[in-house]
Design a protein around this ligand. Structure first.
Ligand SMILES: O=C(CO)[C@@H](O)[C@H](O)COP(=O)(O)O
Length: 157
C-alpha cells in the first residue's frame, strides 16, 4: 500500500507491469486521473480496500464510464504476510460478485488450503497467497489445490 500511487504509475509501466492496483482510501480525490493514466500506460487498473472500508466505497469506481477492472478485497490489514484470514470479508466478495458477475475479484491475506474454499465460494477468482505457498514443502501442490477450488466454485456458480 502506498499513499501516493500516482507517482508509481509511470515507473511501473516502464518496468513492464501489466496491472496497477491502488487503494481507494488514498485515492478519493484523484482516482479518475489514476485510472486514466494507468490505462494510458497499457496496464489494467484495479482498486483495493482495507478491511475497515465498506464495499460501497468502490462502487463509484466501477459504475463509471472509465471504470477500474479489478477489485482487491484485503482479507488482512495491508503490511506484511503471515496474518490471519478474516472470513467476515467474504460478505464484501459476495456483494461484489452479485452486483458484477464478470468482474475480476481478488483476495489477499491468509489464503491457503484451509481458507481457499471460503473465498472461492464467495466469488473470488484471483488469489494472492504468500506464506501458504512459500512455506509449503510442495508449493506446486498448494497452488494446484487453490486453483482447483476456484475453478470448481466457478463451475457451480
Ligand atoms: O503483504 C501482504 C499484505 O500487505 C500479505 O497479505 C501478502 O500479500 C500475502 O501474504 P500471506 O497472508 O499469504 O502470507
Amino acid at each position: 500500500m502506498v499513499t501516493n500511487p500516482l507517482d508509481y504509475v509511470e515507473p511501473l509501466g516502464k518496468a513492464g507491469a501489466s496491472g496497477f492496483t491502488f487503494h481507494v482510501e488514498t485515492s478519493k480525490e484523484n482516482w479518475q486521473e489514476l485510472v486514466q493514466k494507468i490505462k494510458s500506460k497499457g496496464m489494467k487498473p484495479g482498486v483495493s480496500l482495507r478491511p475497515g472500508t465498506p464495499i460501497e466505497e468502490v462502487y463509484p469506481l466501477l459504475d463509471n464510464e472509465n471504470p477500474v477492472e479489478m477489485v482487491l478485497v484485503m482479507t488482512v490489514e495491508p503490511g506484511f504476510g503471515g496474518q490471519k484470514f478474516m472470513p467476515e470479508m467474504m460478505d464484501k466478495v459476495r456483494a461484489l460478485r452479485k452486483k458484477y458477475p464478470s468482474l475480476d475479484i481478488e483476495v489477499d491475506g491468509g489464503l491457503g488450503p484451509s481458507t481457499i474454499d471460503l473465498a472461492a465460494s464467495a466469488g473470488a477468482n484471483c488469489i494472492v497467497a504468500g506464506s501458504s505457498v512459500f512455506g509449503a514443502s510442495d508449493p506446486a501442490h498448494v497452488i494446484t489445490l487453490m486453483s482447483k477450488s476456484v475453478e470448481d466454485a466457478q463451475k457451480t456458480s
